[in-house]
Design a binder for this molecule. Structure first.
Ligand code: AMP
Length: 146
């Protein structure tokens, strides 16, 4: 059985390229469709959810910047047509699962730092995405110098 539609979750850091390259190699080998998703996290989350001010304008700017960065990143990969570049707002695990389901994806690819010690206790997006995923999940190991 080969994969038909692969969803790559990108955090838009320089670490996206090794994750994306692995996804492209896999998609090329199986003729799968590739999509990417970046989730913009609510600013209030970073402040513990309780912020006594209106963040909507800042949030809109953050969203617009993320759109520009996602488009700039995607131009490196010609197989990522505009409708295959998804930008959503919310909590990464929830949004990635929802989108993968809506798009009928059969594989989600994320980067993984292979945390250990205290960092492991804090959890990771890769770990989070794995739990309750609607399809297979591949965690691409990110080396410190990649
Ligand atoms: P982290 O555990 O936050 O270091 O992220 C590990 C991986 O989770 C990244 O390489 C991405 O694949 C994915 N990820 C993290 N944050 C986001 C985000 N905001 N949107 C989409 N994917 C993300």
């Amino acid at each position: 059985m080969s994969y038909q539609h692969i969803m790559v979750a990108v955090d838009l850091t320089e670490e996206c390229d090794p994750v994306m390259k692995r996804a492209v190699a896999l998609a090329d080998g199986t003729h799968a469709k590739l999509s990417v998703v970046h989730v913009v996290e609510p600013m209030a989350m970073a402040f513990g959810g309780d912020v006594p001010m209106d963040l909507s304008m800042l949030q809109q700017q953050q969203f617009d910047q993320a759109r520009e960065r996602l488009d700039a990143f995607s131009t490196k990969y010609p197989q990522l047509l505009a409708e295959q570049r998804h930008l959503t707002y919310g909590q990464p695990r929830q949004e990635i699962h929802k989108l993968a389901e809506e798009q009928g994806c059969d594989l989600i690819i994320v980067g993984s730092h292979g945390r250990h010690g205290l960092a492991l206790l804090l959890g990771s997006t890769a770990n989070d995405v794995l739990h309750g995923a609607p399809c297979d999940v591949l965690a691409v190991r990110l080396k410190k110098d990649s």
